[in-house]
Design a protein around this ligand. Structure first.
Ligand code: ADP
Ligand code: GLC
Length: 481
């Protein structure tokens, strides 16, 4: 077995703010059949510690970034874990990154540098009888692991950094270099230096052996100034080591045949049972119980990345044509208010629930006709994959992973019988509005809608193929050519 240490700041079902958690929680379960044993290092947030089975302290740090800390070996939710129990860093309730004022915790540099430092130590044999062949760091929160390993010197395991979102990079003042335990040499173009400060993601991109991101299209996009968020030059210099592997989904957690959160389970063979979920959804969102127009759905963070301001602008037109919207989301106050206002203006047609609700996210996928994802950029996107599996046609911007996972219902795809949803480009109001009008046209033809739903439900969106790709990558890294 090839041994990989995954380092992540969240993992479903222990702690989750977005898709990273789904990936970090599901990939390890798909790897054993590919000959890979993955252990995951997580921060010891209260919600993580509360769910541990058989936790055992395997190492104590007298002082780690400002306080004593322990490493626990444990299991939870089918995952083999190391948990960094450092109360001075993680013993805070709620969102893992933000304080009660909605801003980043002021010591986030230390909170996540500590995670990376311990990951690097574990990979090199801190725990009795454990060493990793490959370290797999996720996003800026873990991106210093390859950096520490680089400056620690050889021997060291191979490293891979996965970028889930270029928008979050972890930038800090340069005077933290010493306190973070980085050598003076790291303050250079070839290290973590970024506009005179320290860039966690920047350092990881510079020093990891391999860089992956979560779709082939995003892997190309981030090499351009439009999507590279000022790191495109560095990424271009490493283009030969950048690869895109599209995410899968946990098809046991997301299985419409067995999903306990649904009003009625259904399958491709019993598609008519899906209707009960549409009705339950209309009731839950307080919108009219009609079968007339298409029911659109959204499950999303409400941020500018997700392009939901575009949908807001298209809503009056959508409603005028007899469509409905069920939206579940939380985020920027202006967007939350915008959707609340629309609900006030069109109570029979627009329902929004502002908040985070994992169960309701399932019911939306099971009840809507179209799941709308109008993102300006989207590294992979998972909600459109859940939609496919649940018989909702994704209506998506043709960017990043959305471009790679949805087959647009154009004439060629329709006549070949392979379409699964709708794509539009560019992500602007005009193009979204036109895509919505296409959705009305499709919805008017039950045979086509049935075809779209069945195609989606039969698509393989599981981790099987991606897990094979990661396993092949780890194997190449362990034995460099
Ligand atoms: P991102 O990670 O950028 O937010 P993804 O599509 O990759 O986007 O993943 C989002 C994940 O978070 C999905 O599992 C989605 O169902 C979930 N999610 C987002 N917002 C909510 C919400 N308000 N309530 C429940 N689940 C949500
Ligand atoms: C990020 C991206 C999202 C992706 C997820 C998991 O949150 O925004 O597109 O699906 O990571 O890789």
């Amino acid at each position: 077995m090839l041994r990989v240490l995954s380092i992540a700041s969240e993992a479903f079902p222990l702690i989750k703010t977005g898709g990273l958690a789904d990936v970090a929680g599901a990939l390890p379960l798909a790897l054993p059949r590919e000959g890979v044993e993955m252990r995951t290092l997580l921060p010891g947030y209260p919600s993580v510690k509360a769910k541990l089975e058989k936790a055992e302290a395997i190492h104590a740090y007298p002082a780690l970034m400002g306080g004593p800390a322990r490493v626990l070996a444990a299991h939870a939710a089918g995952l083999d874990l190391f948990v960094l129990d450092a109360p001075h860093l993680y013993d805070r309730p709620g969102n893992p990154y933000l304080g009660p004022d909605g801003r980043d915790w002021p010591d986030n540099a230390f909170r996540f540098a500590a995670l990376a430092r311990v990951g690097a130590d574990l990979a090199k044999g801190l725990a009795p009888a454990y060493a990793a062949d490959v370290v797999h760091a996720h996003d800026w929160q873990a991106a210093l692991a390859p950096v520490y390993l680089h400056y620690d010197g050889t021997p060291r395991p191979a490293t891979v950094l996965t970028i889930h979102n270029m928008a979050f990079q972890g930038h800090y003042y340069g005077d933290l270099l010493g306190p973070l335990g980085l050598p003076a040499a790291a303050m250079s173009l070839d290290g973590v230096e970024y506009f005179s400060g320290i860039g966690f993601l920047k350092g990881g991109i510079r020093l990891a052996d391999k860089i992956t991101t979560v779709s082939p299209t995003y892997a190309r996009e981030i090499l351009t100034p439009e999507f590279g968020m000022a790191l495109d030059g560095l990424l271009r210099s490493r283009a030969a080591d950048v690869e895109g592997i599209v995410n899968g989904i946990d098809d046991e957690v997301w299985d419409p045949e067995t999903d306990p959160t649904l009003a009625r389970p259904f399958s491709a063979l019993k598609l008519q049972d899906r209707d009960a979920n549409r009705q339950a959804l209309q009731e839950k969102f307080g919108i009219a119980a009609t079968e007339a127009g298409p029911l659109f759905g959204v499950v999303s963070r409400l941020t500018s990345q997700k392009g939901l301001d575009l949908l807001l602008a298209c809503l009056p037109g959508l409603v005028a044509r007899g469509g409905q919207l069920a939206l579940l989301g939380t985020g920027e106050p202006a967007l939350e208010q915008g959707f609340r206002d629309m609900e006030g203006a069109y109570p029979d047609h627009v329902g929004c629930i502002i908040g985070y609700d994992e169960r309701l996210a399932h019911l939306i996928q099971a009840g809507v006709d179209f799941l709308v994802v109008p993102s300006r950029f989207e590294p992979c996107g998972l909600t459109q994959l859940y939609a496919l599996r649940y018989g909702a046609a994704p209506l998506v911007a043709r960017v990043g992973g959305l471009a790679d996972t949805v087959i647009d219902a154009n004439e060629a795809a329709l006549s070949a019988g392979v379409a699964t949803g709708l794509q539009f480009y560019p992500p602007d109001i005009g193009a979204l509005d036109y895509a919505i009008s296409r959705a009305f046209d499709l919805n008017a033809d039950p045979a086509i809608m049935r075809r779209l739903r069945l195609n989606g439900m039969r698509a393989d969106v599981s981790w099987r193929t991606p897990a094979r790709r990661y396993a092949a990558l780890y194997a190449r890294l362990r034995t460099p050519a």
